[in-house]
Structures are given as structure tokens and as C-alpha cells.
Design a protein around this ligand. Sequence first.
Ligand code: ATP
Length: 367
Amino acid sequence: MADISLKNINKVYPNGFQAVKDFNLEIKDQEFIIFVGPSGCGKSTTLRMIAGLEEISSGELLIDGKLMNDVEPKDRDIAMVFQNYALYPHMTVYDNMAFGLKLRKVPKDEIDKKVREAAKILDLEKLLDRKPKALSGGQRQRVAMGRAIVRNPKVFLMDEPLSNLDAKLRVQMRTEISKLHDSLGATMIYVTHDQTEAMTLGTRIVVMKDGVVQQIDTPANLYQKPCNLFVAGFIGSPQMNFLNGTLNADCTAIQVNGATIQIPPAKTKALSEKNYGGKEVILGIRPEDIHDSQIYVDTQSSSVIEAKISVYELLGAEVYLYFDYAGTQVTARVDPRTTARGGDTVKFALDMEKAHFFDKDTELTIA
Ligand code: ATP
């Protein structure tokens, strides 16, 4: 069992910089939690405070109900995997994995059993006699994981463990880590700035910005119901399009750059209930909710706009069309059967049921 509780955690570095502000999170046993956010948002600092590598300035860290603030890292029953693997170059794979257990004076036969078990899980059995320099990046990463697994910790902490790997290997290792989480049944906390990694691995994701938690939610909820403009823009690739506009008095349409975009009833209701009639707002729409109207129009929820395509990009299974609208570059992710090409003027159907509306000042989601 490993429930982790972070209560009003703050980190102020000695130079006075506050890297983490009032961080609150309850992690349940066996959860896979992701900390995600742009560089410098405080993800690693938070992880390091949980590991005990960084002092907690104020607030409480509890593991299984026990206060951990002043407990030594080695006594927290936590294993951490770093992005640089930190393997001992002069030791074999076997010895790298066994090292921590030897230090703890675990009996030799038990060490052997644990190392071989971990090697089996990680497909390292044939590499146990090699030194790190004779391994590929992915294999080294697996050894670093193995070193954590043999300790059988309650909690795994991982700080950008895949960032040194090439794109293909990252995808492969991502699946491996996911399987590992399922088979070990451990609680995992994983730091990344890569939103795809966050979305595919996490049972819940913590999105951070400037040391402040923005939203804690499941991947699906973060995608479909972002709480503010930042989360909406950060989660999703290519990112959500944002257009400034003014709602009409009864919130049945929004004026963007002189064009009128109709708003479906459910959204109208939410916008008018919150008294946004006649106000300036930000309209958010994801690339996949903008269709080439020659191929797809849902008459119930679509509103059609016309625009001249600047760039056409074929990615195989999909096509990205870029166009300028209301002074903003917009991306549409459309069916590859589209005949539209750069320079063409095209009618796009916006699926407004899926649109998001944000307050212009607070940037919070309205509907
Ligand atoms: P990255 O993805 O780049 O690793 P991060 O979200 O993990 O970023 P942190 O490493 O937690 O960010 O750093 C958060 C902020 O705290 C940054 O602005 C960083 O410059 C600052 N910071 C980190 N360590 C110290 C320190 N020892 N003293 C002062 N400021 C620090």
C-alpha cells in the first residue's frame, strides 16, 4: 500500500524564489500520476520533495498516513529513476541492479533472485554480464528501471526517464512503463514536459504552470473539459485554436473578424446563464473539430466559415490545413480525402458542440 498525500506544499529556494505554491494532491495506492507542464513550472522540485532530495519549505507530505517531511530519503521506501540513468560504468548490468541491495546487506541468494526476476520483466536476461557502455539507450534505461524494481519500493518516482531516447524508442519504452505499472501494482509518479507521454501513461495528470497546479484530472477530462486557457492550449497536439470574438446579446452566435459563427443551444444556455451576452470572449476549437465541409458537415452542430489555405500538410492518415483567420493562424486536421490545397479558398465546418469558451480576462473556462 502507498497512499501519498501532499498538503499545502510550498518550496521557496534559498535565493527566495518560490518554485512550488500550495500544492495539494491525494494519490491513491497504485495510481499512475503524471506531473506535466512547461520547463521551470516546478515539476521536478515537487518530485524531489517527495523523494526527500529537496527540503519542503512548508506543508505536509504523508505516505500511508505517516508524516515524511523529515524522514531520510533512504527510509521513505521510494525508488527514483532519473533521465540520465546514473548507472555505474565499471559495473555489469547485474551488479548495477544488485548494488543497492548489497548496500542494504540483503542475502546473496535473495539478491540473485530479485535481479533475475527484474531482468526477466525487463527483457535484460541476456545482457546481465555487459557493462553500460555496451548497451543501447533503451537498454540502459531498462537497467535503471531494473535497479528501482529490485528494491520493491512502495513508490516509483520517475523524472523524464525517456527524454534521452530517440522518438521511436520513447514510444516503445512508454508502452513498457505502462505494462510495468500494471504488473508491479506500485504507485508511480512520473514527471514529463511531453503532453503525449502524460496523456498515454497517466491515470491522473497534474498540469502545472509557474509553480501552481492548474488542473488535476483524468486524461480524457483534461482533453474534453480543460479548466482554463492554459490547460486547453497545453494538452492536445496540434494545439487548440483560439479566436477572439464577441458574443451576441442572446449568446446564439459569436462574431469573429466580421463573420458570424452560430453557437448550438447547449453552449448558448451555459453562456447566457453566466451572463456573457454581448461580451468579448475567447473561442477555442481543436483542429480535429474543424472539417472540410465538402467531406463532413454535421448540420446540427456545425457553423461554416470560409478561409484561404496557406499550407497543406499530408501526414498519411490525416491532413493539416493551415489558414489565417481573424489575424490568427488556425490549424484544421481533416480527412486525407480532402481535395483542398494551399492557395484554395475553402468552406470549413466548425463543430461548435465541441467548442470551448474562455473569459477574456481570467482565462477560465466558461462553457
Ligand atoms: P524542467 O522541465 O525544465 O526540468 P521543472 O518544471 O521540473 O522544469 P524545476 O526544476 O522544478 O522545474 O524548477 C522550478 C523552478 O525553480 C525553475 O524556475 C528553476 O529555475 C527554479 N529552481 C530550481 N532549483 C533551484 C535552486 N536550487 N535555487 C533557485 N531556484 C531553483
